[in-house]
Design a protein around this ligand. Structure first.
Ligand code: BGP
Length: 476
């Protein structure tokens, strides 16, 4: 058997993409609640509005209504044999604005119910503390993580959760895909740092400064968590899209290496507790006066994570570009990789890249790894008899699981779990669409928000059930 018998098979979602109930149980407005729906066909992007405005379509307000369907949904996960279920705790259910003295009991109770329901079936809850759903109030009134004060708000939120669920949850992660902001577009900054970009700001500087505060907040949370329960496993969460050189031209190879540095330095800080050498050099070159104190540097050292959780969907390729002489990480320098196909959303499909990613982490960091997202967003068709043949999803997942098993079996990668994204159809984070589906379970709701919210099983539901039952041996 390549995989350990305790291997954590499961699936992953995020509160804002599945729960709905945006105003229930005393919940506050999160940054996801002010993001409108986009559309892949017309290429309409999501917009961030100044508060919740009348007449706009905010898909996360209802999402898949897990808030009212969680029992039914968790029963379906149990039917597939899930060993674990990754979700996030919506920060605004616990601290609706971020700066309240006391947490919101009704919000805490909701997650007690969800975790109890999982535990009833022997499903281990795995929890992300912050998954693109920071309080809107924090972004608006404090400037999000560009403000050092927000470290305290996060640590308080984390500590309340650790304390409350210390006997129910063992695996935690702090900030989802903290490194998505490597290319600091306003959209990325809002999702990762809850920063509303201001006119004329140097977004790159703002990103590095606020990412530093987030990393300090994460380290403080790790320390606090270990004090509350020494058995906790608290990880970071990294979006891993390996960057390949477009050719073997030395400058392309260097560009790819520098892009990997630009996208993955966050992992160094989380795991090794220190900045890689190239970063202080960059700050110097830019002439930035960074607020990084000696005390911060000690905190980073003391609050290193127990494991690396990462998402993997696709790989990128880059060509050296004279207009980018320092090889700063900018997504506009990416080129299409002619050797791989792409999804309808242009995400390059590359199972070998997952094996590469596992080896890349394994060579650099001596901590366990967990794949906490991997999946295939696609348009699904419901046949007249109600069945859904999503063989393309099975093909994507089985190729990736095969690559993952090869990395464990052949290269000895220390991998403890795999939670595919996302077992139940939910709102897409990047486009706000319902029709970009990942699930084994279909949710009857479309981009326009129409549908019964009824759940039904796709072909992949039965496939994943036997993948788990055979511990990954039977992938066909
Ligand atoms: C990751 C996010 C998830 C999820 C996933 C798929 O970046 O952590 O929240 O949404 O990507 O992306 P999308 O929903 O845009 O298809």
């Amino acid at each position: 058997m390549a995989l350990n018998k305790d291997f954590l098979w499961g699936g992953a979602v995020a509160a804002h993409q599945i729960e709905g109930g945006w105003q229930e149980g005393g919940k506050g407005i999160s940054i996801a609640d002010v993001m409108t729906a986009g559309d892949n066909i017309t290429k309409k992007p999501r917009r961030i509005t100044d508060g919740v405005l009348p007449g706009e379509n905010y898909p996360n307000h209802e999402a898949s209504d897990f808030y009212h369907h969680y029992k039914e949904d968790i029963a379906l996960l149990a039917e597939m044999g899930f060993k674990c279920f990754r979700t996030s705790i919506a920060w605004t259910r616990i601290f609706p604005n971020c700066d309240e003295e006391q947490p919101n009991e009704e919000g805490l109770k909701f997650y007690d119910n969800v975790f109890d329901e999982c535990l009833k079936y022997g499903i281990e809850p795995i929890v992300t503390l912050s998954h693109f759903e920071m309080p809107y109030y924090m972004a608006k009134h404090y400037g999000g993580f560009r403000n050092r004060k927000c470290i305290d708000f996060f640590v308080k939120f984390a500590t309340v959760c650790f304390d409350r669920y210390k006997d129910k949850v063992k695996y935690w992660m702090t900030f989802n895909e903290i490194n998505n902001q490597a290319d600091p577009t306003p959209h990325h900054l809002v999702q990762e740092g809850a920063i509303l970009a201001e006119e004329g700001e140097d977004l790159e500087y703002v990103m590095y400064q606020s990412a530093h505060y987030e990393l300090v907040a994460s380290a403080l949370a790790v320390k606090a968590g270990h004090e509350i329960n020494p058995n906790f496993k608290i990880g970071c969460m990294i979006a891993m899209c390996p960057v390949y050189p477009y050719s073997c031209k030395p400058d392309d190879v260097l560009a790819a290496q520098r892009f990997m540095q630009g996208k993955y330095w966050y992992t160094d800080v989380h795991v090794k507790g220190k900045y890689p050498n190239w970063l202080p050099k960059k700050f110097e070159r830019k002439g930035w006066n960074m607020d990084i104190t000696n005390e911060d540097l000690s905190i980073l050292k003391e609050g290193t994570v127990d494991y690396i959780a990462f998402s993997y969907y696709m790989s990128f390729a880059v060509e050296a570009n004279e207009a980018n002489p320092y090889y700063d990480y900018l997504e506009k320098d990416f080129v299409k990789n002619p050797h791989v196909k792409a999804s309808d959303w242009g995400w390059q499909i590359d199972a070998t890249g997952l094996r590469y990613a596992l080896n890349w982490f394994s060579d650099r960091f001596d901590v366990p790894l967990m794949i906490v997202e991997n999946g295939f967003g696609a348009y699904d068709k419901v046949e007249a008899d109600g069945t859904i043949d999503d063989s393309y999803r099975i093909e994507y997942l089985s190729n990736h699981i095969k690559a993952m098993i090869d990395a464990v079996d052949n290269e000895g990668v220390n991998l403890i779990g795999y939670t595919m994204w996302a077992p139940i159809d939910i709102v897409s984070a990047s486009t706000g669409e319902m029709d970009k589906r990942y699930g084994f379970v279909y949710v009857d709701k479309n981009n326009a928000g129409e549908g019964t919210l009824n759940r039904s099983k796709k072909k992949s539901f039965h496939w994943y059930k036997q993948v788990i039952a055979t511990n990954g041996q039977n992938l066909v």
